[in-house]
Design a protein around this ligand. Structure first.
Ligand code: K1U
Ligand code: ZN
Length: 179
């Protein structure tokens, strides 16, 4: 297993639509395991393949309680097959938008169909945090970030701050390399 680098916005790879998985093979299973390791280390409760630079429709999640047993979920080609009319606001975070949070309103309950790590078709009915996280991760597969659900003004502020932070980090790294 390996820890992968999590891309931070703004980055064009986070804005690209991911392509479907053709077959859930050892490479995909390896990617799922590396993504889970990366997600737990971050720490986070979900991760989508585009966040680690892979334009594939793969997500992992674990919304189990902090001190309880882990409950990792591995999904390829997830699709929402039903969403409730009822919607729920939730303050979301994102490992690709570190230290920024915003309230996003989404369907409270969803049913999703996906391929598990063996390639079997599965369906899950989700509500609460699992429903929020599932929809957030599936947005990543469309190149959508939670900032795309908020005002353009606030989105611009967040992305400019992250860009500035990235430039400062790169300059710092260059400075340390040249002595
Ligand atoms: O997609 C991601 O970047 C992961 C993201 C998932 C998410 C969180 C909250 C609402 C919707 C989607 C995160 O995991 S951010 C980190 C986080 O929420 C968290 C970290 C440690 C413990 C508990 C939560
Ligand atoms: Zn995210």
């Amino acid at each position: 297993m390996a820890l992968l680098e999590i891309l931070v916005a703004p980055d064009p790879r986070l804005k690209t639509k991911a392509r479907p998985v053709v077959a859930v093979d050892d490479r995909i299973r390896g990617l799922m395991d590396d993504m889970l390791e990366t997600m737990y280390a971050a720490p986070g409760i979900g991760l989508a393949a585009p966040q680690v630079g892979e334009a594939l429709r793969v997500i992992v999640l674990d919304v189990s309680q902090k001190d309880g047993e882990r409950a990792p979920m591995r999904m390829a080609n997830p699709e929402i097959v039903w969403a409730s009319e009822e919607r729920m606001p939730f303050e979301e975070g994102c490992l690709s938008l570190p230290e920024h949070y915003a309230e996003v309103t989404r369907p409270r309950r969803v049913r999703a169909r996906y391929l598990d790590e063996t390639g079997a078709v599965r369906e899950i009915e989700a509500e609460g945090l699992l429903a929020v996280c599932l929809q957030h991760e599936m947005d990543h597969l469309e190149g959508t970030l939670f900032v795309d659900h908020i005002s353009a003004l606030r989105r611009g502020m967040i992305l400019r701050k992250l860009q500035k932070h990235k430039k400062a980090k790169a300059a710092d790294r260059a400075e340390r390399q040249t002595g």
